[in-house]
Design a binder for this molecule. Structure first.
Ligand code: SF4
Ligand code: SF4
Length: 353
């Protein structure tokens, strides 16, 4: 296993990071095939990953991670100083971030957390989150001074925000989604701020599990590592998955799968470069991502995301202002209209996983 230091922080993380969503117990419906890993099984799995050289474990205090923090804490009760733990919260104010850090420390039963992320920071909250009196950043800076956390990170799904945040003096590391079919967000961020490369951890390398039935794990891992991130976080829920991942990582070769990529590219026409502009506030790359995940078999998750936030009725096919801004010349309004039709007529059906 190769380890990379985050800047000059003295924190080195393994190239493969252990994502803890799959170890949770609970009733979350999004990744139903992963749920209800019993405590001892989860602890054994985490320890076995450590035995294989994985020293970076990523968790969160948010509901999607269930009891993962607690299980992680139990696994490293004796070996705290041998691992790097990161956690995160969808908390954007000083107060809410203070509460989140306290809760994470309690859940983990640890004195400190190595990296704490502001999770899924968005354009509408960035200004308040970075307010050095009342924003989440204030709580993180204070927590760092007190020794509760060692470094500050952000998780972000917007290329332009990632670029801006990568230059922030208090932010040491950025988590971005990146995988074989979703390369655009990272590449757009690099175009704006090339030095972001030194601070990058990729997540969604398996697309939250949607890509593993479609691509060899070797290829997903190798493809992401070619960009030389500090680490790639992959969800691990079974011993078999762990062994497959370790073996794929050691092999470091790609299995020829051009035909496979080609076959699935029709689902992923959009690579999330986010260069398209919609003056009506439609989050085009998000919608097209839900469409792709739906077509690749994550029906329920995609439909839920779509139902929660999209206002497709505001996209008029007559407008078409966005088309000229897409480097791939995607007929965005047509695809959005199709997506609307798919979700209205087939949402929640045909769940493959
Ligand atoms: S066609 Fe739809 S997505 Fe494109 S700019 Fe117009 S309203 Fe926005
Ligand atoms: S629709 Fe085109 S411009 Fe917009 S994110 Fe996708 S590939 Fe990029």
């Amino acid at each position: 296993m190769i380890y990379h230091e985050i800047g000059n922080t003295g924190i080195s993380i393994s190239e493969i990071g252990f994502g803890t969503i799959p170890i949770l117990s609970g009733s979350q419906e999004i990744l139903s095939h992963y749920y209800n890993l019993r405590e001892q099984i989860a602890i054994n799995l985490i320890k076995e990953a450590f035995d294989h050289g994985i020293t970076f474990f990523d968790t969160a205090v948010i509901p999607e991670y269930g009891d993962a923090e607690r299980k992680l804490g139990l696994a490293f009760k004796e070996d705290r100083d041998k691992v790097i733990i990161s956690s995160k919260a969808r908390a954007f104010t000083r107060k809410s971030m203070e509460i989140a850090i306290e809760t994470s420390l309690r859940n983990l039963s640890m004195d400190y957390i190595d990296i704490y992320f502001i999770h899924q920071i968005q354009p509408k909250v960035i200004e308040s989150a970075l307010d050095e009196d009342y924003g989440a950043i204030k709580a993180l800076i204070d927590a760092k001074k007190k020794g509760y956390i060692r470094e500050i990170g952000v998780g972000v799904h917007y290329a332009n925000l990632a670029a801006v945040l990568s230059t922030h003096c208090h932010i040491s590391v950025i988590q971005l989604p990146y995988n074989i079919l979703e390369t655009g967000l990272y590449n757009s961020a690099v175009e704006i701020a090339p030095d972001i490369k030194k601070k990058i951890i990729f997540h969604k390398v398996f697309g939250g599990g949607v890509l593993t039935p479609h691509f060899p794990i070797n290829n997903l891992i190798k493809f992401a590592l070619e960009e030389s991130p500090l680490s790639i976080i992959v969800g691990i829920g079974t011993k078999l998955e762990l062994l497959e991942i370790i073996s794929a990582y050691k092999e470091k070769v790609m299995i020829p799968n051009d035909e496979f990529i080609f076959a699935n590219e029709s689902s992923f026409l959009c690579n999330r470069c986010q260069k398209c502009k919609c003056h009506h506030g439609i989050r085009i790359s998000h919608i097209l991502r839900y469409r792709a995940y739906f077509l690749l078999g994550f029906n329920r998750w995609a439909h839920q995301q779509w139902s929660d936030e999209l206002k497709l009725e505001h996209c008029s096919n007559g407008c078409k202002d966005c088309i000229t801004t897409c480097p791939r010349h995607i007929d965005i309004p047509k695809l959005i209209s199709e997506t609307n039709f798919i979700f209205n007529n087939f949402g929640g059906f045909n769940e493959k996983r």
